[in-house]
Structures are given as structure tokens and as C-alpha cells.
Design a protein around this ligand. Structure first.
Ligand SMILES: NC(=O)c1ccc[n+]([C@@H]2O[C@H](COP(=O)([O-])OP(=O)(O)OC[C@H]3O[C@@H](n4cnc5c(N)ncnc54)[C@H](OP(=O)(O)O)[C@@H]3O)[C@@H](O)[C@H]2O)c1
Length: 289
């Protein structure tokens, strides 16, 4: 018998993850704050939970993938929160990107209830979520990972066990620091070249010839060149991760000057954006009149 799975958070990432869990034959119970976003999965065979606690009560393995730390705190510790519903012996896997500190707090609360926990943020974006090819960064006991791997295997293809609770979130924030800076640097460089009268496409061509192909040049550069930013990884979420990384730096006494400067640029663009663009829209910083 396949374990029953609960899934909380049906946004850009959670919904395709749910589709893959159903395709793999797991009995699935779902909950999303905006109920209408659950309809597609319910039509495909998922059961709709009344609240996070209800979703947890039905689950051998509960997966959460919500926006940010306040959202995770709300669905776990809030009124009718999932922690109140989880049965001893069940497992909670949080795939949201939050602070390592919050991951450790959730681990302690789970431990008090006899519930196993992994912080398991993901990379691979919406494309990886659709294809079931996410990469999981895991913090927590190796035995728990082995136990939940058949479930995670419906959504991902690689699992990095990185250390104790919080280690998965630590690596995820380090990774997003790098991605945020790369895209910011690319946009800055393109703005400089364009302002000097040379077509920006030429810089990409030369970079591709010298460095080979990469998601930065193949996926993000065309968005910047065309000035169109349909959200795959929304800028608001990247800015959230940059702020989480800055907070982590403060806690560990590490100054992050490049990240601080880039976060100010992203924040300015976020404030001026009336849509919900991809983080490549940081390029709008240089389009101001
Ligand atoms: N998009 C990516 O490419 C990507 C890649 C890797 C990791 N991630 C991470 O994965 C997580 C989810 O990302 P996403 O792209 O799926 O985000 P999203 O499309 O914005 O979805 C966010 C989800 O969180 C829920 N939520 C937000 N605030 C809540 C609250 N206070 N209480 C309950 N639910 C709340 C939303 O519910 P509603 O529907 O009601 O708004 C929605 O289900 C984030 O931590 C993100 O950093 C994203």
C-alpha cells in the first residue's frame, strides 16, 4: 500500500508537484488558502481538506510548499494548523524556502509530537516541478530521507542529504544568493553595452561562445532582451530569499556587501512593479526614465 500524502500550498510549484504525486498513484489530500487553486487536483482525484490540520490528519507524509516564513508559520502553527493534526510516526517535509532557523524550530515542534521532519527546499523551478525533475536539498536524519524517498521520487530526481535540520535551507539560500547576483550582473552588463550603442545580443553571443551554454544566457538573457518577464521564479520570492540570506549573514557575523547592494536594486524594482514578474525583471532598474 502506498503511503497517503498531504500537500499544503498549490502555487506555481505545489500544483505540478501534486499532479506528479497523483500520476504516481499516491492517495493525495490537498489544502490551499485560496480554495479555487485546488480544483484542478481535486478533479484529477485528490481529496480536498477543510484546513491544514485536516490535511495533516490524513497523511503518512505531509508536504508543505508555501511562499515564505510567515506563510509556513501560519499553516503549521496557526489556527487549525497542520502540526495539531500530524500523527506520531508520520513525517513532515517542508519544501518552501524559509530560514534555517525556522526549519530547526519546526523540527523541534515535530520532535515533541513524535513526528519526523526534513527541511527539503527544491531547485529546478516550475519546469522541474512539471517534469518531476526537482532537485531536493535535505536537512535532517538520513533514515527519514530513506523513508520518504519513494514519495519525493514522484516529484524529483536528485536528493542531496546535506546535514542536520537547517542544512537544506542553508544551501538553498547560498544558491539563490548566487543566482540573484548572476542575473543582476547580467542585466547591469547588458544595460552598459546597450547604452554605448552596441546591440546587447552581441554580448550574449560572445559569452555563449566563450563560456558555453547556461540557463543564465539561454533562459534569463532572452527575457531581459525582450523586456518580457512571465513569472517562473517571481522576483518577490527571490527578494524574500535575498533578505533571508542577509539575515543569516547577520546571525553568523558575515558581511555580504554584494548581496546588500543587489537586494536594494531588486527591492526598488519590486516596489515599482504592478505585475508579478520573474526575477529577471531586475533589468527594469535600468529602464527607468
Ligand atoms: N517558483 C519557483 O521557481 C521556485 C523554485 C524553487 C523554490 N521555490 C520556493 O517554493 C515556495 C513556493 O513557491 P511558488 O513559486 O509555488 O510560490 P507561489 O506561486 O507564490 O505560491 C505560494 C503558495 O503559498 C501560499 N501562501 C502564501 N501565504 C500564505 C499564508 N499566509 N497562509 C497559507 N498559504 C499561504 C499560497 O496560497 P494562495 O494560493 O492562497 O496565495 C500559495 O499556495 C517558495 O518558498 C519559493 O521560494 C519556488
Amino acid at each position: 500500500m502506498k503511503p497517503s500524502v498531504g500537500l499544503i500550498g498549490l502555487g506555481l510549484m505545489g500544483k505540478p508537484m501534486g499532479r506528479n504525486l497523483l500520476r504516481a498513484g499516491f492517495p493525495l489530500t490537498v489544502w490551499n488558502r485560496t480554495a479555487s487553486r485546488a480544483e484542478e487536483l481535486v478533479r484529477a482525484g485528490a481529496t480536498r481538506a477543510a484546513n491544514p490540520r485536516d490535511a495533516a490528519a490524513h497523511a503518512d507524509v505531509l508536504i508543505t510548499i508555501v511562499s515564505d516564513p510567515p506563510a509556513l508559520e501560519e499553516v503549521l502553527f496557526g489556527e487549525n494548523g497542520a502540526l495539531g493534526g500530524l500523527r506520531p510516526g508520520s513525517a513532515l517535509v517542508d519544501s518552501s524556502t524559509v530560514s534555517p532557523e525556522l526549519a530547526r524550530r519546526v523540527a523541534r515542534s515535530c520532535g515533541e509530537r513524535g513526528v519526523e521532519f526534513l527541511d527539503a527546499p527544491v531547485t529546478g523551478g516550475t519546469w522541474g516541478a512539471e517534469k518531476g525533475e526537482l532537485v531536493f536539498m535535505i536537512g535532517g536524519p538520513g533514515e527519514t530521507l530513506e523513508r520518504v524517498k519513494p514519495v519525493l521520487g514522484a516529484m524529483g530526481r536528485r536528493f542531496f542529504h546535506l546535514g542536520p535540520h537547517g542544512a537544506g535551507q542553508t544551501i538553498k539560500l547560498g544558491m539563490n544568493l548566487l543566482l540573484a547576483l548572476q542575473v543582476d550582473a547580467l542585466a547591469e552588463s547588458l544595460a552598459l553595452v546597450t547604452s554605448a550603442g552596441v546591440p546587447a545580443e552581441r554580448l550574449i553571443e560572445v559569452m555563449q561562445a566563450s563560456m558555453g551554454r547556461s540557463p543564465l544566457l539561454d533562459v534569463k538573457a532572452p527575457l531581459i532582451l525582450h523586456g518580457e518577464f512571465p513569472a517562473s521564479f517571481p522576483l518577490r520570492l527571490m527578494l524574500k530569499d535575498m533578505r533571508l540570506a542577509l539575515e543569516m549573514g547577520r546571525q553568523h557575523g558575515v558581511t555580504l556587501p554584494t548581496l546588500s547592494a543587489a537586494a536594494a536594486t531588486y527591492a526598488e524594482v519590486q516596489e515599482g512593479s504592478h505585475d508579478d514578474p520573474d526575477f529577471a525583471a531586475v533589468a527594469r532598474f535600468w529602464k527607468k526614465s
